[in-house]
Design a protein. Structure first.
Lengths: 395, 367
């Protein structure tokens, strides 16, 4: 155990710092409050610039435009990006989940075709997994893909598709064999969202925004060369994407949480409670301390998980610990913010009296989704119970 | 940056686990807990042969010179076996305090015999106000004599000498000294006995100032959290095993999600406490600026999680969990003792608050 940076890690960090010093845009603050539809071109341009310096996907192998960075270097990457408050990248699903899946399962032709444009943000990707009747029970999905010559003809509906509104391409899980057991009849298709028969509808979520969409597929023709992995082996391909999904957030979330708790601590010095600053109220102190401590523990868990993945080569079901930990911690953090701010906590952005332009009311609502997206907390507990602890399957 | 254990750390942990399983299995632990002191000289000499009594102390004093991470690993395994007797009191507590505050002459006199396994010792800290805050220590030594009462002193009955934390310094009293009376306090944890000590004009020897105590307390506190992690792991293992084998309604109870999810939470809590403890060990070893915060994070989390894991484990066992025969309550009892020792979660949350709210935060050394 040695948490000091190695020589290579220090060199990696210094190279990144030098690059950021010359390339970080100065005007992000003018954009960050705007709706994502408006700032999206800005985020694309930023990602493209990062990739010009080969920084968009540091973890990817060098031959696919990455740097073959270790998990620790990835952690350093996110740490540095947070330190300078860099804008996020546009193609987050492409870079975080779908690109790595294509690298793992794709043919050489597919990698050549898709990977560069994921990196440059020329093509934005979305993840078409969930359906109205298949959420937690993903393997039960019904979207039909019928073979017709050298094409599949796709019919059905996807739902909760983040980035559906801007997606150029979709990693789509479909049923190619309806007769065999449900896990054995799935395939993954790489689908051009501009294909005839694809219809994207906005879906308004409880925060009032439309981050995700419903997507309808009517006789959409997808060339057979767009199957990712083997036909009817889609379950394994999809699960590998889900593993990246569970693992990839952890590295940077603690930094976001840390910024939030630091801000809450700052606010607690000015917010009054029982005639004195809330920072002096024993109960508020207990809650802020608990939350800060848990954010640190989340970081420790993450570092330990990285070391384990580095040793074993693959993200394992222990990633479910991180998913449960960050999602439930984020909800507790937002609850503390609400307690601290009292009636001001409910004010939305746009109200002149809203604290921090309404980020706390937004955060309170948005974090309810955290324990649902990327696999519900219940499903994560099933995974730990069955795959980690070896208990019999509960369903 | 590497959070995993090195090969030699893995080896130490592994051999400690095997050692405790072989020399102190459940039946032996139960035999000892039924004795007055829970101390066994034969077991002690075996601990000494392993080098455990000198694990983190300098080789010049007869120690092994390992680091704080190694101490955490050893304590984790001791906790898993619910090791009875004065190991924590003697080595982790008295040993680290001597190491931190005493002169070389005093170390040779008191710490070297600990390393060699020749003596047992303990430390008297808390007074009737039951506070772990050093501010609340009132006893002081005048003209080399001590009068007053210390409470919750672990393993005092088998200690050859007792280190006393007084307002005006750190002192040693021989346990046979004049005016010193040790009487048992009957407490939940049967494997680590607690005592009240009355001093009446008792002669003492000053070994150092209280200025350097904080670090020694931090090491002991983290080690106690490590011991809690071992107990949590054992509780989890016993419970998962039971959930796989106990059948109701024709199915293993572990199939019911109400049970399975409790197991998943026990796993999450145990692993998280372990991460916090290892980090604290490393931060102490490296003298990282966030070491004190890291220790409080570990003790805070392990104190709460130790109890919660116990609650869940007992519930999973149904009526079996409520029996004397099942070991799970013995871990639960130890967890309660360790929860309050060196400050419970509330105490450490306040300490974290004073470190991160009042002083504007101490950031970690790495990255
Ligand atoms: C913000 C957000 C973004 C999302 N983005 C995407 C996306 O980009 N692409 C995509 O494909 N999907 C996306 N999703 C969908 C998400 O993956 C699903 O909502 C999730 O998997 C749950 O499925 P469901 O909504 O059908 O709920 P259900 O599966 O119907 O679950 C309802 C309740 O039943 C519980 N439950 C179900 N099965 C079990 C079981 N076996 N044991 C115990 N409890 C169970 C659940 O935990 C939950 O509490 C997103 C969701 C959100 C909230």
């Amino acid at each position: 155990m040695d948490l000091n940076l190695t020589k290579e890690e220090l060199a990696f960090r210094d190279e990144l710092r030098a690059w950021l010093a010359n390339n970080l845009p100065k005007d992000w603050n003018e954009w960050r409050e705007k709706p994502i539809e408006e700032s999206f071109p800005y985020l694309r341009a930023w990602q493209r610039r990062l990739q010009d310096g080969r920084w968009a996907a540091v973890s990817w192998p060098k031959e696919y435009g990455g740097r073959g960075a270790t998990l620790m270097e990835q952690a350093i990457f996110w740490e540095e990006m947070a330190r300078v408050e860099a804008p996020p990248m546009a193609n987050s699903l492409g870079l975080g989940l779908i690109g790595p899946t294509i690298i793992a399962y794709g043919t050489e032709a597919q990698k050549k075709r898709y990977i560069p444009k994921i990196l440059s943000a020329e093509e934005i990707w979305c993840q078409g997994f969930s359906e109205p009747n298949a959420g937690s029970d993903l393997a039960g999905l019904q979207m039909e893909a019928r073979l017709d010559g050298d094409h599949y003809v796709v019919n059905g509906q996807k739902v909760w598709t983040s980035y559906g509104w801007i997606g150029d391409w979709c990693e789509l899980v479909v049923r190619t064999d309806a007769v065999v057991a449900k896990h054995k009849g799935l395939s993954v298709l790489l689908v051009d969202m501009k294909s005839p028969g694809v219809e994207v509808r906005p879906l308004r979520q409880m925060t009032g925004e439309s981050e995700f969409n419903e997507i309808f597929f009517r006789d959409v023709r997808v060339p057979t060369e767009n199957v990712l992995g083997k036909v009817n082996d889609g379950w394994n391909v999809a699960v590998s994407t889900l593993m990246y999904e569970r693992g990839s957030y952890g590295a940077r979330l603690h930094l976001i949480f840390k910024r939030a708790i630091t801000r809450l601590i700052e606010l607690s010095r000015s917010v009054q409670r029982n005639g004195r600053p809330a920072a002096q109220d024993p109960l508020i102190r207990q809650k802020l301390a608990q939350c800060s401590a848990e954010i640190e523990i989340m970081r420790f868990n993450q570092m330990r998980a990285f070391s384990r993945i580095t040793a074993t080569g693959v993200p394992g079901p222990e990633g479910s610990i991180q998913k449960i930990f960050w999602s439930e911690l984020n909800q507790r953090l937002q609850q503390i913010a609400q307690e601290l701010l009292g009636p001001y906590g409910q004010l939305l952005g746009g109200d002149p009296r809203a604290v921090d332009k309404g980020i706390w009311s937004y955060g309170y609502l948005r974090t309810r989704g955290n324990t649902i997206e990327a696999g519900t907390s219940e499903v994560q507990r099933n995974i730990i119970g069955h795959f980690v602890l070896g208990l019999p399957r509960s369903y | 940056m590497e959070f995993g254990l090195t090969e030699s750390q893995e080896f130490l942990k592994d051999s400690a686990r095997k050692f405790f399983a072989g020399e102190c299995p459940s039946a032996e632990m139960r035999r000892l807990m039924e004795t007055d002191t829970a101390y066994d000289p034969t077991l002690w000499s075996k601990l000494t042969d392993q080098g455990y009594t000198g694990i983190i102390f300098p080789e010049t004093l007869g120690g092994v010179g390992l680091g704080k991470v190694e101490l955490m690993l050893l304590m984790e395994e001791a906790g898993r076996a619910l090791l009875p007797g004065p190991f924590f009191s003697t080595v982790v507590l008295a040993g680290t305090i001597l190491d931190a505050v005493a002169s070389l002459a005093h170390k040779n006199k008191y710490l070297a015999p600990i390393c060699r396994g020749e003596v047992r010792a303990t430390v008297a800290i808390v007074e009737s106000n039951a506070s772990w805050n050093p501010r609340d220590i009132h006893l002081s030594v005048a003209n080399g004599k001590l009068t007053g009462e210390k409470l919750f002193v672990s393993d005092a009955a088998v200690a050859d000498f007792i280190i006393v934390i007084a307002r005006n310094g750190v002192f040693v009293a021989d346990s046979k000294a004049r005016g010193l009376k040790i009487s048992p306090m009957r407490a939940m944890d049967l494997t680590r006995k607690l005592y009240a000590i009355e001093f009446n004009e008792t002669p003492t020897e000053e070994i150092g100032s209280t200025a350097n105590l904080a670090r020694a307390f931090d090491i002991a506190t983290a080690a106690l959290a490590a011991e809690l992690v071992g107990g949590m792991q054992r509780t989890l293992d016993i419970s998962v095993e039971y959930a796989k084998t106990r059948k109701q309604f024709g199915k293993p109870i572990g199939m019911f999600q109400a049970v399975q999810h409790q197991c998943a939470d026990m796993y999450l809590e145990t692993e998280s406490a372990r991460s916090a403890v290892y980090y604290a060990g490393w931060a102490l070893e490296e003298n990282s600026p966030d070491a004190a915060t890291a220790v409080s994070i570990a003790k805070m989390y392990a104190s709460d999680a130790g109890r919660t894991v116990g609650n869940r484990g007992i519930q999973i066992h149904g009526g079996m969990g409520f029996t004397w025969e099942n070991d799970i309550h013995l871990y639960y009892r130890r967890a309660k003792g360790s929860e309050t020792a060196f400050g419970d979660a509330t105490f450490h949350r306040e300490r974290i608050a004073s470190l991160v709210i009042d002083s504007g935060g101490v950031s970690a050394k790495s990255a």
